[in-house]
Design a protein around this ligand. Sequence first.
Ligand SMILES: Cc1ncc(C[n+]2csc(CCOP(=O)(O)OP(=O)(O)O)c2C)c(N)n1
Length: 655
Amino acid sequence: MRLTMKLLRTINEPADLRRLELNQLPQVAAEIRDYIIETMSRIGGHTGASLGAVELAVALHFAFDTPRDRLVWDVGHQAYAHKILTGRRDVFPTIKQYGGISGFLRRDESEYDTFGAGHASTSISAALGMAIARDARGEKHHVCALIGDASLPGGMAMEAINQAGHLRTRLIVLLNDNEMSIAPAVGALTGYLNRIREAQPYHRFKDELAETLRAIPSIGGQLHNAAKTVKDALAAAVLPGALVNELGFKYIGYVDGHDTNALVHALREAQAEDGPVVVHALTVKGKGYAPAEKNRYKWHASGPFDIATGAGIKSSAPSAPTYTAIFGKTMCELMAKDERIITLTAAMPDGTGVDMVLEKYPERAFDVGIAEQHAVTFSAGLACEGLKPVVAIYSTFLQRAFDQIVHDVCLQNLDVTFMLDRAGIVGGDGATHHGLLDIAYLRGVPDIILMSPKDEGELRDMMLTAVEHPGAIAVRYPRGSGTGADVTRAPEVLEIGKAEIMRDAMGDGGSEIAIVACGSMVHPANEAAAQLARDGIETTVINARFIKPLDSALLLALARTKRLIVTIEEAYLAGGFGSAVLELLEENGLQDRVRVVRMGVPDRTVTHGDAKLLLAKFGLDADGIAERVRAEVEVLDERRARHTQPASSHAVRRG
Ligand SMILES: Cc1ncc(C[n+]2csc(CCOP(=O)(O)OP(=O)(O)O)c2C)c(N)n1
């Protein structure tokens, strides 16, 4: 693809865009669109979502005096054009890669990213805060939130609208309505927006009504005035945007979200208002790239692709099925056997594998939309009535529903299963999407059980264990392909709180080192053990299986017989699995008996980049684990040599 950047090359910041004529904006948009397609074809990203918002970004930066006027993007996955227009044109091809720019918005990346984002439905709340701060300082600039139609029904956005309609300060909400979440948008509010799409635009109706009244001879003018009140009441009752008006917002729309001229005019009209305004723009996900327009669901985000055909470019190595796919398949099997099981997703049917369940059991599976908190409490209600809900939500998005887990599920001892996909480092989506906190936020909740499988075969065992267990239980598992484990054998119920010994070097002839690994770290731990054995260092390897309750009998036995225990988890160390092991030893007075080394993610924000690379940086791969064990063995050997005579006879036993 040959890129023409005739205008785009001249735009280093939005002020350059504002120096252009209004009629040049379509060309700017076309150049940006080509640049996004060309870049995404090589590296992949949120292709469809961003193509749908190109004209919105151009019109926003043209109509507003950014960064003085504040633009607040929701989620930020659709903001590629915004990035290109705000000084990041040349670094755009580094997006989502290690050392490159973020795929979402970050305040530390640009002054134009007024609010960090990655999770949905935050923009109106943040924008309202900024608007109130502006008022308090007596400043006059505009604040505009851009939100998608699927993020609008998210609880927080509704809460923000509720307050904004009450406060009545100047605030503009640009609604990017493409009828899609990642999957097709769901819910009653979506139905309402669809009805607006189908109805006549409000202005056209008002104008036509006025014309008709005026045209009535002699009394037309008076009737026109008298009818104003009736007309407004009628409009409020039946017309597009009526609900929005009732909530204290002025409704402007709808506008063609790919017509920069119409958008700029609508935004200027909104700027002239004295209170909160919704500008309703209709857009098409994937706009301007035929394959993406044709399959909007698949193209919300994409990998690299062939521009001519849209065909995905796959890495050549065949990979095992993903944990997500195995979850979906296993869920269908479990539901076939137990009619009480209900499956839920919060707007991620494809991402969680619930799409398979929705297809097979449409009556017993729900996509609740971007509503994680509701998903959990809705499940609690189902469980109250004897059903067995399984809630599949990414680890990072379940953070939203912490109180619902505590207050609505666990405190009431309800039978809900939580399936936490994308637990661990997720890669290019970065800081907002890594699932590194779930162990810390779930472990402290009384009575919940927390498991993590070493592979996709064990995921199936854990799913069966979870639906059989009559209480709150959570399973965390990573993004991407499994290890190629056997998924054809029937799943087994695991004994709660029992770990698995993978490599036994216990007892008198065994080593003095135990590696206790959690979930995705079990395989690298085994590989590390094999490497170490080649160097003459024998280790015991344990697959923890349960993060809560711990296999305390086994761990205490290790503490009594080993000199070194290495815990490994793909999660934050603070409050994590290793911390749980330390607590157990402390509770049993064994904390000084054995050296415990915790491997995991340190207390800092983790950037975006290839997941393998990021894991390696934290030493969370076979080489990193082996290296750490070797280093610790050396420390122990030295320590022992210092304290005992002759030193050599007491070295940590090797093999
Ligand atoms: C709290 C939360 N749940 C789920 C997601 C995953 N997610 C990212 S984009 C998206 C769809 C957003 O739809 P919409 O707001 O309409 O924007 P569009 O992609 O259509 O432009 C979802 C569900 C998220 N980012 N945050």
